[in-house]
Write a protein that binds this ligand. Structure first.
Ligand code: HAM
Length: 410
């Protein structure tokens, strides 16, 4: 019996996990600057939360959830996304009390039973932001600007936002009727799924991945022509804010999102997706609270960064690789390493290998410095691997020598 990671999941090994740490660090720093605080919510929730929150007619709820009964027969589901959990937590902890807006972020794995393919997994990671409590278009624009700044922080330039409106309960019923009327004559040419979507929620047809369906939809009426005054005004203000902060965007009236909770503004690009969900909090039993958010898959982001050559440097190695230059030094390296590790990251040999093998290992690990301990009474030898720069500081002078060197080469 040979065990492997379950289909659609994967291990992130040290050769790659440093890239993940980098992305998470940039996400955290950018989110802090925009005022989004971290929330950590459970990996599973009551199934009903997702069925109500994401919507019974969505692909996620119908086909993609990992749902199981617990030992008492309660139906639980591994979270397929974060927004429903965030809203549940917001209501449960009465987070809106006294707050103007509640701004939250998360960076964690989600689970969807999808057919695995490039960039699509059954356990995947999402970064996300949610802002609850404000109807202001400034929040929509802020979330889009955050995404642009986050990608810039990672070295991805030239991003463009695609935006559309999802309308609100006062303008969508008339639009749904119009859409159904216009599509009725070609309905039999759509795929089976779209014919079903036509009955349940015709706007969901825009989300179909089938090219033929997309062609059939190309001259469908645009929701932007059917918006109520409030939604039209909201959309115009988001555009105004985006222009004011110089975020390039295009309006894409064919843009639809695969979740039921969206209202007003929806935005998406290959790298992230999100929008407003002004009705979700009341739908889940809370006080009506307008809200807006974004999230995206981290795997896709990391592949995009790899394609852009953002990780050309090798994985960062230890500050120091400690080499035993004599048999006696191997023993004293244990205590020397312990002292050095109060300040530096330090690697060393544990197998009594030869001097040359240890030097090779220092290179393989991409250590910044090699420190040769030649034994009792002998001076230490410090060498910068990349340049060959050398010094022989006493142990007390080591830290200062390394710091000076770092300053000089900056
Ligand atoms: P979503 O469009 O379902 O929206 O997912 C957001 C992103 O998660 C996708 O654009 C994609 O990057 C990533 N993703 C989804 N499924 C997979 C998968 N199987 N493998 C890898 N990546 C995947 C949401 O989840 C909403 N919660 C977004 C949101 C936040 N709306 C408001 N706030």
């Amino acid at each position: 019996m040979k065990y492997t990671a379950p289909r659609g999941t994967r291990d992130i090994l040290p050769a790659d996990s440093w890239k993940w740490q980098h992305v998470e660090r940039v996400f955290r720093d950018t989110a802090e600057r925009f005022g989004y605080k971290e929330i950590r919510f459970p990996v599973f929730e009551e199934t009903e939360l997702f069925a109500r929150g994401i919507g019974d007619s969505t692909d996620i709820v119908r086909k993609e959830m990992y749902t199981f009964p617990d030992r008492k027969g309660r139906s639980l589901t591994l979270r397929p996304e974060g927004t429903a959990s965030v809203v549940r937590s917001f209501i449960e902890h009465n987070m809106g009390r006294g707050a103007q807006v509640t701004k939250l972020r998360y960076f964690c794995p989600m689970f969807r039973y999808e057919r695995p393919q490039a960039g699509r997994y059954r356990q995947f990671w999402q970064w996300g932001l949610e802002a609850l409590g404000s109807l202001s278009p400034a929040i929509d624009a802020e979330i889009i600007l955050f995404s642009v700044r986050f990608f810039e922080g990672l070295g991805i330039k030239g991003t463009e936002a695609r935006i559309n409106s999802a309308g609100c309960p006062s303008c969508t019923p008339a639009y749904n009727d119009l859409l159904k009327k216009e599509l009725a004559s070609k309905l039999e040419r759509f795929c089976d799924d779209c014919r079903e979507r036509y009955e349940r929620n015709p706007r969901r047809m825009f989300d179909c991945k089938n090219e033929n369906c997309q062609t059939l939809l190309s001259d469908a009426p645009s929701i932007l022509d059917a918006l109520c005054d409030e939604c039209r005004d909201h959309f115009a203000h988001v555009e105004k804010h985006l222009r004011a902060v110089s975020v390039p965007y295009v309006i894409d009236s064919g843009l639809a999102r695969g979740l039921d909770y969206y209202t007003k503004l929806g935005a998406q690009s290959a790298l992230c997706g999100g929008g407003r969900y002004d009705e979700l909090t009341s739908e889940l039993g809370g006080k009506p609270t307008p809200a807006c958010g974004v999230s995206a898959g981290v795997e896709r982001l990391i592949s995009a960064l790899e394609e852009e050559g953002a990780f050309q440097d090798a994985a960062p190695g230890p500050d120091i690789y400690l080499v035993a230059g004599s048999d006696g030094a191997a023993g004293s390296n244990v205590t020397l390493a312990a002292r050095l590790r109060e300040t530096f990251s330090v690697e060393m040999d544990y197998q009594g290998r030869s001097f040359n093998k240890q030097m090779q290992e220092a290179g393989r690990m991409n250590a910044r410095f090699v420190l040769v301990n030649q034994g009792e009474g002998e001076p230490l030898k410090l060498r910068e691997v990349a340049t060959g720069w050398e010094a022989s500081p006493g142990e007390e002078e080591l830290e200062a020598a390394i710091r000076d060197r770092e300053r000089e080469s900056r």
